[in-house]
Design a protein. Sequence first.
Length: 526
Amino acid sequence: MIIKKTYINRFRGFQDIEVELGSQLTIIAGQNGTQKTTILGMLSQPFTINDSENPMKEEKPLCGGSFKSAFSEKFKLSDTFDLVKQHEWTLHLASGDTFTMESIKRSKDKIRFWKKGDRTKGSGYIQLPVIYLSLKRLIPIGEDIKLAESSLQSLTSDEDKIFKLWHKKILISHEDITTANYLESPDKNTLGINTTYYDWKQNSSGQDNIGKILLAILSFKRLKDKYPNDYKGGILAIDEIDATLYPGSQIQLITALRKFASDYKIQIIFTTHSLSILEKACELQELNKAHVSTSEHVKVIFLEKKNNKVKIIQNATINTIQHRLNVTIESAATFKIDVFTEDKECIIFTKALLKSKANKLNFIDCTLSCSALIDLATRKIPSFVLPNSIIFLDGDVRDQNSDFKKVKKLDNVVLLPSNISPERILAKYLDGLDDESSLWSNINPNFTKQYCFKDYSLSEILTDREKAKKWFNSHIKTWGINATKVINPWINDNKVLVDEFILDFIKVYNTFATELSIEKMELLSS
């Protein structure tokens, strides 16, 4: 993390506003006209590496330009409203330092942004590398008549390997990239890909966008590798990151950016209107809260206008974002599919695993045994078959041969992960944690492994169903809504199992959606 938070005293529609940033990803959303690009510019403007004593001073990004956020890329100043002393904001850095910027007079009718209270040469910037990817990067290759192959830049063999791997991975492509050509024009520096079926002149805008983003990432990697003692991390700002990309690729990109941010010490900040990206980001934001070590990794910020002032919803939820972007409101008449489960522990675990997807479900308060639910569905009792309901069962049904054979023939049953009940899953998980794990204090300062198992041992929980339920219910109030303080860390450590469960659910839900002609869920949005 480089920027911990920023306080905006005044800047256009922002007044007396504080914004907390994610140490890895900060996602900025909002309707048009809420000054998303403005805040992106404010966060990236104070950075550069132009100090004559900085060994990285002469380095240039692979994506073109310099390691400096150009004023002209972000701000089109108004002669009427953008006046001297009408802009002031303070960056609170992770180092503990603060850096305040203000607008000062540049010439007769012009202003510039500079460090407040210091006019000495070079004082106007924080000496760290920054790359700002503006919408200019999206000029289609076919419309840039001056774009041509260039030998001014080239990737190392390691960089070339990383570029090809992640270009395919993010675009979910099965086409092998034979070569990648460095392309340059007055408006664009990018990398065009060639395959055995087409060359770079036929690259789509989405391929080009990913190429440009990957070049920016590799630029920071190069600094980190070349200057291990001087490189302290960098800022990557991207305007409208989702432009030209389809939803599946957008989700892959977010996953990739988290890895790059961690590997190369980059704080990545971007704007988006994509609900696919925002849903994924909100899920990551909630998951990360469960671990002290990751709680600051991802932050979602939503901007909205009220009385001509921009207000900020920090740590926004996907439910809020969806309604604000779509200009809708939740209605009691909104249709939800009915859901049956065998007990409330199953309901809690299911909701925690599905997160926002559970909003499409109506969990019926009706306790029926696993065998009873299977029997009702097998005999096709109307309320217990598609498209009328979905049934969630504990994973331990997998060890019950006769019931499991029946389940495999049903098209509306989804089994929870693992082959034991939810309460036993969590008991085994907690029992396996180190006594000094941060998770204990994250649940409650006085919650310890000793306290967790003081009434029921793991052996009792695993062998006695009633004791397992009593143990679970004795702690549920301490574990937060839907036991997320425990389940979210378990999810992080069992991603393969959870992803399989979510895919199973989406397949069942989409079968239901087909019959009722309602919107399906994206498989990759999980």
